[in-house]
Design a protein around this ligand. Structure first.
Ligand SMILES: Cc1ncc(COP(=O)(O)O)c(C=O)c1O
Length: 441
């Protein structure tokens, strides 16, 4: 039995690059290999602020933040301190007991949403689970079935989130959840209706008229589509869409898993760019700064719809993750993260636009704050996607010490989503690296 005096033999880890890669190939499921950043795996060992080191001690500037999970920076003293404090007291307390840390977190999180609403919080394990719960609440509350989502949206890869995905390669060929309708996503650069926001809103009306009983359960939207290709919703789209969905009896769900906690610089939450109040907000990634934490923030009357049957998950209210969540909210205020995302993001966007002026391969630069995307095209007139070239830029940047993302529904986007502690001299460095990567194309 464990005791304070018993001495355990240390658990050894083989940190050699070859051994780690070999073990990964041998012991992890082949599905894990379908989503890898590089042709040669990157094996990481430690992080600090906006930097990472691999197992061979090579340093990188990280522009992907573990797919936007690291918000306030790696190894943040407040976050790590709060988690360690909690770890020494109690590592877990499931939701069937009440623990002080998750309930404080729920209160502090709810306070970050527009006043005048009775917000409640349901803590869950992952973004996809948050989406699943939100979807179920929408159906239960409205009594309607159909959910409207956007083409090229991404809301996760499990359960109903996978059926919502508007990108074919994220969907397994199994029967999808019925009742999901995809409408054209507004996209000034490539969208089927060009730059007219009204035309995309008309599409929602037409879809409700032609493909539903005239009533819908709801609508789900990312304020800036992330995996889909860093596609910001144009001004007026969220408010127009919400009006139409509510007129058809539905509720409006905003997925802030990438855009939340000040990433877009302008606001704390992405939906604030259009001055709307959603009915449900799903959160994940950056709210935990790398600790597994996701949440559904919902108006109480809607959450009541799920209170007639039992609901439980094992890890949703883990107190260590919730301690991290509380510390993230505090660190955002004390580190003035939003201001930094705004200033450094604007500086980076400006430099990327200068790069665009010199490189024909850059078709578009878009995004807000520290959620930026650079779209590569073979030809600016035809906009043929430069997918393979994007891959070469990403690999060359890695060689030169910069981790940058590749994504988009056509695989031709460079994605820049760093920890929110990025500095202007980091921007100067990565622009230099990108410049040299483009010159090698
Ligand atoms: C916008 C968005 N929603 C939902 C999810 C799903 O989150 P998770 O991977 O935690 O299930 C993601 C993950 O990348 C995401 O980017």
């Amino acid at each position: 039995m464990a005791s304070d005096t018993k001495i355990y033999s240390p658990i050894e880890t083989n940190w050699s690059y070859d051994a780690v890669v070999e073990k990964g190939l041998t012991f992890t499921s082949p599905s894990v290999k379908t989503f890898q950043a590089y042709s040669q795996p990157l094996v990481l060992k430690k992080g600090q602020g906006q930097y990472l080191w691999d197992v061979n001690d090579k340093k990188y500037l990280d522009l992907m933040a573990q797919n936007l999970c690291i918000s306030v920076g790696y190894n943040h003293p407040l976050v790590n301190g709060e988690v360690k404090k909690q770890m020494d007291m109690l590592t877990h307390s499931t939701a069937m007991y009440v623990h002080a840390v998750p309930v404080h977190y729920a209160e502090e999180l709810a306070a970050r949403f527009p006043a005048g609403q009775d917000w409640v919080v349901q803590l869950v394990n992952s973004g996809a689970e948050a989406v699943d719960v939100a979807f179920m609440m929408a159906r239960l509350y409205t009594g309607n079935v159909e959910m409207i989502a956007l083409r090229t949206c991404y809301h996760g890869i499990q359960g109903s989130a996978m059926s919502l995905a508007g990108i074919h390669f994220f969907r397994q060929p199994v029967p999808p959840i019925p009742g999901i309708l995809h409408v054209a996503n507004p996209h000034p650069y490539r969208g089927v209706f060009g730059t007219s926001t009204e035309a995309y809103l008309d599409e929602i009306d037409r879809t409700i008229e032609c493909s539903t009983p005239g009533k819908v359960a709801g609508f789900i939207v990312e304020p800036i589509q992330g995996f889909g290709g860093v596609i910001p919703m144009p001004k007026g789209y969220l408010s127009g869409a919400f009006e139409r969905i509510r007129a058809a009896g539905g509720i409006c769900i905003v997925d802030e898993i990438q855009t939340g906690v000040t990433r877009t610089g302008e606001h704390f939450w992405g939906f604030q760019m259009d001055d709307v109040i959603p009915d449900i907000i799903v959160l994940g990634k950056g709210i935990g700064n790398g600790f597994p934490l996701s949440a559904v923030v919902v108006k109480r009357e809607i959450a009541e719809a799920m209170a007639h049957r039992k609901w439980f998950n094992t890890y949703g209210s883990n107190p260590m993750s919730c301690a991290a969540g509380r510390a993230v909210l505090r660190a955002i205020d004390e580190d003035q993260t939003q201001q930094r995302a705004k200033e450094v993001g604007a500086y980076a966007k400006d430099k990327l636009q200068s790069l665009q002026a010199k490189n024909d391969i850059i078709g578009d630069v878009r995004g807000s704050g520290l959620m930026l995307g650079v779209e590569l095209v073979k030809d600016r007139a035809t906009k043929e996607p430069a997918d393979e070239e994007a891959g070469r830029v990403v690999e060359a940047a890695r060689d030169n010490g910069v981790i940058i993302g590749k994504g988009g529904a056509m695989g031709n986007m460079l994605r820049i989503n760093p920890p929110l502690c990025l500095q202007k001299d980091d921007v100067d460095f990565f622009i230099e690296v990108l410049e040299s990567s483009f010159s090698q194309l």
